[in-house]
Design a protein around this ligand. Structure first.
Ligand SMILES: [Fe+2]
Length: 189
């Protein structure tokens, strides 16, 4: 057997400096949509998901967050993607909002098949304590002779996480008494 320690995955984790001002305004706009629009992906666990239209938002706080996501993600592409990966092409963003009431969760999935997305991201708008950790599965876990493993990240309001879209991940049940709100997106380039 050949050991391959070079197969190592980097994630980007950053905190939005302005989140204490920005997040309550985003949450207000998001909850207005949540109360007026059906979920685009009905879920047995109670998760509500918007259409994939976050980057076309027309409300001020969501537009500001959209600009910040683009800025943070562009920096992440420079850091995470192989040199020359974008080949000068425009980055295509596709994003949506998740509202997770107490008890809801998100089953294992990846975002690679979403039109061959390269990198995906999450921003936490509201993340009360015990609202459901994000678990990322090591890609080699699907290869039977490897033990694999998982990396757990506790959500935190104002945190951006960016990871390769092919990584399988899921969200543990929201064990708090409040809603978790996050924005998720895919990047193609
Ligand atoms: Fe996901």
């Amino acid at each position: 057997m050949i050991e391959t320690p070079l197969f190592h995955i980097s994630l980007l984790s950053e905190e939005e400096a302005d989140h204490t001002t920005l997040n309550p305004k985003v949450a207000e706009e998001v909850l207005r949509r949540h109360n007026n629009e059906p979920s685009s992906a009905p879920s047995l666990s109670g998760e509500w998901r918007s259409q994939k239209d976050f980057f076309q938002s027309q409300t001020p706080a969501c537009m500001l967050l959209r600009d910040k996501i683009v800025e943070t993600s562009t920096a992440a592409i420079r850091e995470l993607a192989p040199p020359g990966e974008t080949r000068g092409q425009r980055v295509n963003f596709e994003g949506w909002i998740n509202v997770n009431p107490p008890g809801s969760f998100n089953a294992p999935h990846n975002h690679y098949s979403d039109s061959i997305s390269k990198l995906s991201g999450i921003y936490y708008v509201a993340a009360p304590e015990n609202c459901g950790a994000l678990e990322l599965l090591a890609p080699q876990s699907y290869w039977p002779r490897n033990p694999g493993g998982r990396y757990t990240l506790e959500p935190k309001a104002g945190k951006y996480i960016i990871f390769p879209s092919y990584i399988y991940h899921w969200v543990q049940p929201n064990a708090s008494a409040e809603m978790r709100i996050s924005v998720a997106w895919n990047m193609r380039f």
